[in-house]
Design a protein around this ligand. Sequence first.
Ligand code: NAD
Length: 274
Amino acid sequence: QDHQPGVETKMNPEPESVNASYKGSGKLAGKVAIITGGDSGIGKSVAVYFAKEGADIAIFYLEEDKDAETTKELVEQEGRKCLLIRGDVGQESHCINSVEQVKKEFGKIDILVNNAGEQHPQQSLLDITAAQLEKTFRTNIYSFFFLTKAVLPHLQKGSSIVNTASITAYKGSPNLIDYSSTKGAIVSFTRSLSQSIANKGIRVNAVAPGPIWTPLIPSTFTAEEVGKFGADTPLGRPGQPSELASAYVYLASEDSSYVTGQTIHVNGGEVVNG
Ligand code: NAD
């Protein structure tokens, strides 16, 4: 199969967080951004691109064994500050305390990227336990409510919220039913919230990634599934995190000042409804 020239087509050993030619042009100068799951994959890339655009970053993340320290270094290389806060964003008290910590450290909050997410190996509906359901919903959608509630009083006119949804919200995913349900909820959450706070001059949008090569993929798909990952998209390959990050910059910055309640598709050319 033909692929885009100049782009790595098969699974790379490491997801590409930064496209070296991306320089940034001060689109987020002086802003403070919270990014959940900013230690890894898509969130890591967004953290670095936001820093390249001039923002200080607070990363909310779960596990020590991921890439939090590396992301912090990359943000600091851009001359920006980076605060790491570890804990479970599925717990409301943790969200409240963490947002207070960011406010104390940086004095303000301008941008919230709700991006943390988990998915479990593919399984049928009958195998999804109540405990798994609760965990997936806590991480993938409750956390969006908890953090947005905690951050909202600190936001002002011109602030922006960006949520990570998924192509599965539109196409469905027969063996990731709990996951895709939370992603559908994120699309609705984005629309409804945008309408409820538009009068404050605060915008809310989402990105729906297609297959993106991140650490999430080999940890939840079999080797055979990983081998085929992204091959059925029109571009014939998975995307890299670095190919998503500028969509987040667009939605977080004034460039998208007349855009709210929308979900942007970054998915290798898949046609989706809604
Ligand atoms: P990833 O595993 O590399 O990163 C996700 C990060 O989320 C983790 O490193 C962790 O720090 C954080 N996280 C997970 N549970 C958490 C919790 N309870 N509390 C705090 N932090 C928590 O995965 P990724 O592929 O970069 O995924 C980022 C987002 O993109 C997720 O919402 C995922 O559903 C979504 N997404 C990914 C793809 C893809 O193909 N990779 C496609 C569509 C949507």
